[in-house]
Design a protein around this ligand. Structure first.
Ligand SMILES: Nc1nc2c(ncn2[C@@H]2O[C@H](COP(=O)(O)OP(=O)(O)O)[C@@H](O)[C@H]2O)c(=O)[nH]1
Ligand SMILES: [Mg+2]
Length: 200
């Protein structure tokens, strides 16, 4: 079923979050990893801003999705990226305050999709995010991005290596490309299945 999507809120502080009660799947990852691109690919619409300059998204962006199927209504939530060194200290603090209050307090949050650049695998701050989420008992699913930059024949081996190196993920990570549009349908089905199975 095609999704019916719309922008629900662009929030710079907690008071701008939409009301709870709809299951939410957050998308997190380093700045420039391809969060907005993947969100747009999943939504099938260019609603999220794709930046040439990293570290632009400072708001928490809520997109409502009517899946039309058994998943019903849910939200995709694009979180600001982390790990962009040129950002000022005060900005980084604002990032972590808004993001951590969302992740820690939001009852409707059912899963965090952790986006990781397939060329680099999990870097130190990705590991820190994984530990932080697991300490808070938040289910996480790893989605690899920009896999078009790795030749097709090497992808399986690289994925297996990343899994052997250790990562926290509900299922085998899905290897995607927003550019060449592969892995997108698989992610959609995974999200729908997860929403349909989860009560909030
Ligand atoms: N080759 C390739 N480039 C991508 C892909 N996804 C995003 N990009 C590029 O990476 C940059 C950052 O993307 P964006 O979605 O804004 O990342 P965000 O900061 O994580 O939201 C942009 O220049 C995108 O065009 C992908 O799957 N493949
Ligand atoms: Mg973005």
């Amino acid at each position: 079923m095609p999704w019916k999507v719309q922008v629900e809120a662009t929030s710079f502080n907690v008071s701008q979050f939409p009301p709870e009660g709809v299951p939410e799947i957050a998308v997190a990852g380093r700045s420039n990893v391809g969060k907005s691109t993947l969100v747009n690919s999943l939504l099938g619409a260019k609603l999220a801003h794709v930046g040439a300059t990293p570290g632009k998204t400072r708001s928490v962006n809520f997109y409502s999705v009517d899946s039309g199927g058994s998943a019903g209504l849910f939200r995709l939530v694009d979180l600001p990226g982390y790990g962009y060194a040129e950002r000022s200290k005060s900005e980084r603090k604002a990032w972590s305050q808004l993001t951590s209050s969302y992740v820690e307090k939001r009852k409707s949050l059912i899963m965090v999709c952790h986006l990781v650049d397939f060329r680099h695998g999990l870097l130190a701050n990705d590991r820190a995010l994984q530990d932080w989420l697991s300490e808070r008992g938040k289910p996480v699913m790893v989605l690899f991005t920009k896999a078009d930059k790795i030749s097709k024949g090497k992808r399986r081996e690289i994925l297996q290596q990343y899994v052997r190196d250790g990562l926290k993920s509900l299922d085998v990570p899905i290897v995607t490309s927003g550019e060449e549009r592969f892995g997108i349908a698989e992610v959609r089905i995974f999200l729908e299945t997860h929403v349909a199975q989860t009560c909030i």
